[in-house]
Design a protein around this ligand. Sequence first.
Ligand code: BGC
Length: 504
Amino acid sequence: MSVLEEAKRVAAEFEYSQEDLKKGVKAFISQMHEGLQKKGTSMSQIPTYVTAVPNGTEKGLYLAVDLGGTNFRVCSIQLHGNTTFSLTQSKVAIPRELMVAKTSHELFSFLAKQIENFLRTHHNDHFEAHIKRRKTMSLGESFRNEEIFQLGFTFSFPVNQIGINKGTLARWTKGFDIDDAIGQDVCQLLQKEINALNLPVKVAALVNDTVGTLMARSYTSPGRTGTLVGAIFGTGTNGAYVEKLEKVTKLKSMAESADYDKSTGNMIVNTEWGSFDNQMSVLPNTSYDEALDQATPNPGIQMFEKRVSGMFLGEILRNAILALVQNPKCQLFKDDSSSTNDLQSTTSIAEDSALYKPWGIDTSFLSIVAADSSPGLKVTRQELNKEFGVDAASTEDAEAVQLLANAIGKRSARLSAVALGAVVISTGNHVSRGGGDEDVVDIGVDGSLVEYYPGFEDYVREAFREMSEIGVQGEKRIRIGIAKDGSGVGAALIALVAADMVND
Ligand code: BGC
């Protein structure tokens, strides 16, 4: 068989049909409901105690930090109250050793230090004034609230939220693994390190990045319609949405039930859909997915995320490419012209190639390959050479890689549509409300995959049209907008609500 035929055979293993899509949506809705009723389910459906989305009139200066999967961002946000804001931010890559540190102190003291650096750089007047005042104050005197920065903490991992600025870490995801943090209140862990540095900062709100995205999109989105879902398709994936309070029945049995405003009749729920169908009842599975799962610190967990998000797609592709390279019948990256008297062809991959290293392929490679329309796929061939030491890849080799990358990217987007479509349907938003502004179903998204993977939204929309409940008409009503820097602005918005609520 030719290289291309072999690649097509592997690519076909990633096909996710209309039938699969329908089964996926049905199971997703059922697991959403289950998660609203009881604790300990596959999809956690965590109540956030945030009960309303903003309308764009909110004002003030707030701090926000965002611990995502790859970077740590510190920002200050001035909300102007007219749906606009100004944002100042700094970003550092989280050192790998801190992701798997021995103690949470190592990670959280690093975070507090970044906050200090940010304040010194961007808000030095305020910072110095605070230090001076602290020195002249008598012991026991406390600071006035307005002197303290209210900080929204975006912490993008599964947390059992107990209140607006309290929540215990349920488990790590995205390659993080620090044992002693599990079960601890992450706000307290951060506040402790902030206090150790004497910073004028109070951790006022704990926010998942999806909730931040939902809030930010709602603040900035045009028209009167509030946003229904905030979703991240980046290093990890997850979504938060506006649910009817009465449907979150497990709230009643949650002993630690927090104080929150019940008057809106709504509650924003953090689905933690990365763990949808950990039991693998409907999720697609290939040997390449299985190899990936085994290489993670949490096999059997986050099974949806491991098929969808940026951290994992490169590794799935690597597994698929390696399967072809190691198949003696397949000529991918093999150079048979070099040996004349020998039928054995040699591979043109450098021995120390990243192709042989776990996690050696970054998802950005998928985006580059998927976007390549250069003659003879020159760009892909150059990338293969530069990044993976594949010397003299043929056009056919590049086409094979592109086939695989597209298949993996498309499956990811169609699975993403399952999650978004299921939320739209289960909340009744697939039913038209008679046209006009009211009819728009607004979805805020963020993350490297939606932003950079070519055609991601088109694939999602195509899948929406294939869902009988949504269909061609319903798909048109769905508006998807990038909420750039959403988690920072969103955290600020929640810190604002929280500061009004808890003035302690
Ligand atoms: C985490 C979520 C987060 C998502 C996107 C997942 O791994 O469990 O809490 O929202 O990544 O960052």
